[in-house]
Every structure is written in structure tokens, then in C-alpha cells.
Design a protein around this ligand. Sequence first.
Ligand code: C2E
Ligand code: MG
Ligand code: MG
Ligand code: MG
Length: 293
Amino acid sequence: RVKQEGGNGYRFFTPEMNTLTAGRLEMESGLRRALEREEFVVYYQPKVDLENGVIIGAEALLRWKHPDRGLVSPGEFIPILEETGQIEQVGEWVLKTVCTQIRSWQDAAMPSLNVAVNLSGRQLQRNNLCTTIARILEETGLDPRFLELEVTESMLMHDPKYAVDMLMQIRAKGVVHIDVDDFGTGYSSLSYLKRFPIDALKLDKSFVDGLPHDEDDIAICQAVIALAHSLKLRVIAEGVESDDQLAFLRNNGCDVIQGYIVSRPLPADAFAQLVWERHQNPLWFAEKFHPRM
Ligand code: C2E
Ligand code: MG
Ligand code: MG
Ligand code: MG
């Protein structure tokens, strides 16, 4: 309700604020029960090697199956999980779910796949992250080479010395694939970049969007690819949607792509199905690989 302060006309609460708060509180309480009600689900989006068109892995992307609202996207609820601290528990659930899933694909003799899990800043800041990852690998019996981790630039630069140390510890457990997500949107110190034990830079969608026409985006994409390669890192382009973008990235030496042009993020079974189909038909990408120029 609107509350009027007598005299000076100040309004402490507006109806809009009330709805916002109510909606937010409802989200929070819904999220608090979501784990036990098994409302979280992991989707998988393929990553394709531009050298040969092979699906080499996936990025694991969290979804919330809300009982009334349907699938809720992580942009809406991850920030809340971060604020309430619940991200630690949910993040652990994602890691466990993904490691279990990779194992079961391996048991089903699927082609070899790496799956990347997004870490949140709060998870990285917990000094037991390394122990948690090691325990999950142990429990699921997964070879750590198949688990990939994504951390953002800003997470690394928040406390670079600590991040170097933490990632070194994780790497020592055999998790050797660590990617810098949303690269170019934050601020990275180049001197630190070479000290982080990282494996790949993910070229942010916001730069891929302008390809192949926007001159600034062209310059940025080429610079990031050159930078990565000179540091012996791979480049993964995200948000690739069109044949033109794909051709540009391939012609400019990008290593891996991810985006709607290959597939949207899919439930585990649909993803597995896609991997089988593409595996049996390796020429599916040829048309895109040799664009008419
Ligand atoms: P991100 O890690 O940068 O993930 C890429 C996002 O781009 C995903 O959005 C994906 O669906 C979207 N995307 C991929 N290809 C295309 C494309 O061709 N076109 C368009 N328009 N979009 C594309 P999503 O799934 O909504 O995830 C958003 C963000 O939420 C992620 O960004 C990541 O930062 C965060 N997130 C997702 N899952 C998790 C998780 O398990 N843990 C944490 N901490 N964060 C997560
Ligand atoms: Mg990511
Ligand atoms: Mg990203
Ligand atoms: Mg992004």
C-alpha cells in the first residue's frame, strides 16, 4: 500500500515497489524449495570444433522448472541465488548432476565429450571449492579431464592472486580445462591473463553479434583471437547464429563455436540424440564449412 508521509509529501512506498518486493520474495521462497522439489534441470548446448564440425562437448546451462511459470532462465534467478548464498548449494548440485551425466554418457559409449560448468563468483570465493570438486569427481568416478569450468573475467580480477591460487589447486586435481567466459566485457589485466592457468577464452556474444559487418566488432574479434593464440589459448565464440558469422570466425582462425546455428541448449536426452545424429552424418557441417564466397 502507498504510505504517505504527512506534511512534506515524501512517499516511502509506491505500489510498484510493493509488487517488486512481493514478486522478489515469492521468487526467493520458491527458489529455497526448488532443490528439494527437484525443479532445477540442466540443459546442454553443443560446442563444435571448427576444424572438423565435430561436437566436442557442451556447456551446461541451468534452468528452473517453475510449477506455474514454466522454464525460468538463469538471468532471472542466478543473481538471487548469489545474493541469498544458495548458489553454493545449487552450484554443487549442478556439478554433481553434470559429472553424473557425463559418466552415464560414457557408459552408453557416446563419443567423447567435455562438459563445461559455469561457476559463480561466490563459489570461487569459497576456499573449499577445490575439495568439493574433488569429492564430486571421486563420488561419480569421472575422469577430471572431461569436466570443464567457466569463470568470468570479473570473477578472476576481483582478487587475481587468490584466483590464480584457487585455479592452480583445481588444476592439480586434474581439471585442466578452464575457460574465461564473456571475454572482453570485463576488465582483464593482460599480465594476469598469462598467469591464470586457463585453457580458452570465450568470445562474448555481444562481439559476435556484429559480425561480419560491424568494423569495431571485427577488430575486437580478430584481436581476441590473436591475443588468445599468442598466449596458446583456444578461442570459443558464443552466440553464433548465422552462416556469415560462422564463415567469418572460421576464416579468422576461431577454434570452437557455440550458438543457435548449431543448436539451442537442450535437455540431456535431446542433446545426446543430436550428438548421435551428427556423429553418424559427419558431413552435416560441410555446407557451412565451405560457404559460397
Ligand atoms: P553464459 O555462461 O555466457 O551462457 C551463454 C548464454 O548464451 C546462455 O544463456 C545461452 O543459452 C545463450 N546463447 C547461446 N547461444 C546463443 C545464440 O546463438 N543466441 C542467443 N541469443 N543466445 C545464445 P542462458 O542459458 O540464459 O544463461 C545465461 C547465463 O546464466 C549464463 O551465461 C551464465 O552466466 C549463467 N548460468 C547459466 N547456468 C549457470 C550455472 O549452472 N551456474 C552459474 N553460476 N551460472 C549459470
Ligand atoms: Mg558460460
Ligand atoms: Mg558466456
Ligand atoms: Mg554471455
